[in-house]
Every structure is written in C-alpha cells, then in structure tokens.
Write a protein that binds this ligand. Structure first.
Ligand code: HEM
Ligand code: HEM
Length: 184
C-alpha cells in the first residue's frame, strides 16, 4: 500500500516538474506581481549576501521611533494580508476577486516593507521571524494559481505551508513586540 502511495507521489512530482516550465512560459507575463516579487527578492538576497547597506536608511533605523513606526507598518501589512482570509471566512464573496488582487499586489511588495524596518535578518529568534516573513512571501509567490500546476496534491500542500507560515508569523511578531516593549 505504502509502495503504491510513494509511486503516486513520484508520478505527481514528475508531473509537477514537467508542468513548471509550462507555467513559467505561458501564464506568467500577465502576472506582473510575480516578476515584481521575484525581482525584489533577488535584490534582497543580493543585498543580504553582499552586506551592502543604505547609509541614510541605517541612520534612520538607529532611531527607536522610526523602528516603532516601520514595525507598525509591517504589522499593518501582515494584518492586511490576513483580512482577506478572515472576510472570506465570514462569507464575503462580492469583493473576493478585488481583495485577492490586493493580497497579491501588496504581498509582492513585502521585501520593501521589510527593508524599511531592517536591513539585516537579525540573530536568534529575530532571524527566524525574518525568515518566516520571507518564506510566507515566497510561498505566496508560488501559489497554485500562478500557472498550470495541476497536480492534485499541490494545492493542499501549498495552502498548508502558506497559512501555516502566516500563523507562525503572527505568533513570532507578538513575541517580538513583547520582547521589545514589555521590559522597557
Ligand atoms: C514581520 C514583522 C517584523 C520583522 C520581520 C521584524 C524584524 C526586525 C529585526 C530583524 C530587527 C533587528 C534589526 C536591527 O537590529 O537593526 C527588529 C528590530 C526592531 N523591531 Fe521589528 N520586526 C517586525 C515587526 C515589528 C513590530 C510589529 C514592531 C513594533 C510595533 C517592531 C519593532 C521593532 C523595534 C522597536 C526594533 C528595535 C529593537 C532594538 O533596537 O532593540 N518590529 N525587527
Ligand atoms: C506575509 C505575507 C502573507 C500573508 C500573511 C498571507 C496570508 C494568507 C492567508 C491567511 C491565506 C488563506 C486565505 C484563505 O484561504 O482563506 C492566503 C491565501 C493566499 N495567498 Fe497569501 N499571504 C501572504 C503573502 C502572499 C503573497 C506574496 C501572495 C502572492 C503574490 C499570496 C497569494 C495568496 C493566494 C493565491 C492565496 C489563496 C487564495 C485561495 O485559497 O484561493 N499571499 N494568504
């Protein structure tokens, strides 16, 4: 039984592998948010690996009030991303398409919101928080609507990863705010 299951899994996997190039060729030009998001991610990776910092921004980020403001900005950003899910769960159907496109558009700009708050990933739990944010973003970019990824397991696996990361993000953010302010 488990042999059959793993065979099905392998078949699904090779079908996914085969359908990704198709997806990249056909569906994407219309999906500007995907390319915008990928470009910003590449820029962020280049910035992180070279260690380059924008001096003016580093100056601003030394200021606690600026940190607080951009921190709240990030919080608003993530809550906005969640709003779509909450409203849909409440049965809101009329604006679902508009909300979805805002979800994707705002989501794709997330690396900019992150950089405005911090130019480093941080250490320890901060690194986990930053990576969780970036993984939620990355999983969002590779959503099942992006192309012709028709394998049956892709959607449930994708949604679990995307929503799981988004939940972890809320917890880690709450911890971050607590650590920053509870003892001061
Ligand atoms: C996904 C959300 C967030 C991420 C990924 C994040 C990430 C970070 C990182 C990596 C640092 C260290 C940066 C450095 O040392 O230069 C930091 C510092 C800070 N964050 Fe956040 N943050 C988030 C949300 C928030 C929120 C919601 C607030 C408050 C409302 C906040 C307030 C601060 C403050 C005040 C500092 C400075 C701490 C210090 O200098 O001791 N952050 N954040
Ligand atoms: C930190 C950033 C993000 C958070 C917190 C977040 C959160 C969520 C949540 C909670 C859902 C579940 C909605 C539901 O099924 O009710 C969802 C679905 C979705 N998200 Fe995100 N998201 C983020 C970024 C992105 C990005 C960057 C994209 C794409 C560019 C994206 C695309 C999608 C898509 C396509 C769905 C599925 C809608 C469906 O089930 O039909 N998300 N997101």
């Amino acid at each position: 039984m488990s042999r059959v299951k793993s065979l099905v899994f392998l078949q699904d996997f090779s079908r996914l592998k085969a359908s990704l190039p198709d997806a990249l060729r056909s569906g994407l030009p219309a999906k500007g948010y995907f390319w915008a998001g990928l470009f910003l991610l590449a820029a962020l990776i280049a910035q992180q690996s070279s260690g380059w910092q924008w001096t003016m921004l580093t100056g601003l980020q030394g200021d606690k009030t600026y940190k607080l403001a951009t921190g709240f900005g990030l919080l608003a950003f993530v809550l906005h991303q969640w709003r779509f899910s909450v409203q849909r769960a409440q049965g809101e159907k009329r604006n679902a398409a508009t909300m979805m496109s805002y979800h994707k558009l705002f989501g794709a700009l997330l690396p900019l919101a992150f950089l405005s708050h911090s130019q480093i990933l941080g250490y320890g739990y901060l690194e986990i928080l930053s990576l969780t944010l970036l993984l939620a973003f990355l999983s969002g970019l590779f959503n099942f609507q992006i192309g012709q990824i028709h394998t049956p397991w892709y959607r449930p696996v994708w949604i679990s990863a995307h929503v799981g990361l988004s939940m972890a993000l809320l917890l880690l953010m709450a911890y971050h705010v607590y650590i920053n302010y509870a003892f001061k």
